[in-house]
Design a binder for this molecule. Structure first.
Ligand code: F6R
Length: 241
């Protein structure tokens, strides 16, 4: 079931997300993390909280949702680099506990299988999600099977265009494939917290919450999860009835 929390804007959405996240920042917890613009406000609040309150991540583990294929981890737009720049380098999480899928090497299928095994061994307590303007979660584009596991996927043109802003606005520089947790993997998380802000998310938010559960809107499967909170700002909520 989806519980919707409506807030005014991005700052309020980030405050609310941190308030929820805070109760998971305890030894033994496993966090599911996302990249993209949406969680940046949340991560800034986690860093501030670490600095001000010494909230320790030494016994916390994390699993990110996805990573581009073929982008070296040192590339500033790799999700590995993104996570280090925006969160991991500013808190005391053990590098060995902060997992990001690997989009490099000869055997990506093996990387995917191993990632699922690690998550099965350390189930995610709270999964942070953003949503794509086409309703994707992680890099599960419309049409992805609801029971999919971690896999290699081709990015849709709309996602490549959305992400071009991170690659000098040059579509030709955006990787065309990613390793992503599957929808089935995401659905195993005990709790899910999805944040959606801005008018470009309004249609996807409506389809996710009020539409049919259909692979055309990957996020609509969240209606079947027992514990989902969706934080939406006024613009993203504008099409909700
Ligand atoms: C990122 C991810 C993506 C984003 C989505 C929204 O790890 O899995 O699904 O959450 O593309 O991106 P932003 O937040 O940039 O609007």
């Amino acid at each position: 079931m989806i519980n919707v929390i409506k807030v005014k804007d991005y700052e309020e959405a980030s405050d609310k997300a941190f308030e929820i996240m805070k109760s998971y920042l305890k030894p033994g917890k496993v966090l599911g993390l996302a990249t993209g613009s949406t969680p940046l406000g949340l991560y800034a609040r986690m860093v501030k909280d670490y600095k001000e309150n010494n909230t320790s991540y030494k016994e916390i583990k994390s699993f990110n949702l996805d990573e581009y294929v073929g982008l070296p981890i040192e590339h500033p737009e790799s999700y590995y680099a993104f996570m280090h720049r925006n969160l991991f380098d500013h808190i005391d999480i053990d590098d060995n506990n902060a997992h990001v899928p690997c989009g490099l090497g000869d055997d990506l299928e093996k990387n995917c299988r191993e990632y699922d095994e690690m998550i099965d061994n350390d189930p995610i307590d709270i999964q942070i999600l953003g949503i794509g303007s086409d309703g994707h979660i992680a890099f599960n584009e419309p049409g992805t099977a609801f029971d999919s596991k971690t896999h290699v996927t081709d990015l849709h043109q709309s996602t490549i265009s959305d992400n071009a802003r991170f690659f000098d606005n040059d579509i030709s520089k955006v990787p065309t494939q990613a390793v992503t947790q599957g929808i089935g993997t995401i659905m195993k998380a005990k709790n899910i917290l999805l944040i959606a802000t801005g008018s470009n998310k309004a249609k996807a938010v409506k389809d996710m919450i009020e539409g049919p559960i259909d692979e055309a809107c990957p996020a609509s499967i969240l209606q079947n999860h027992q514990d989902v909170i969706v934080i939406v700002d006024e613009a993203a909520a504008s099409l909700l009835s």
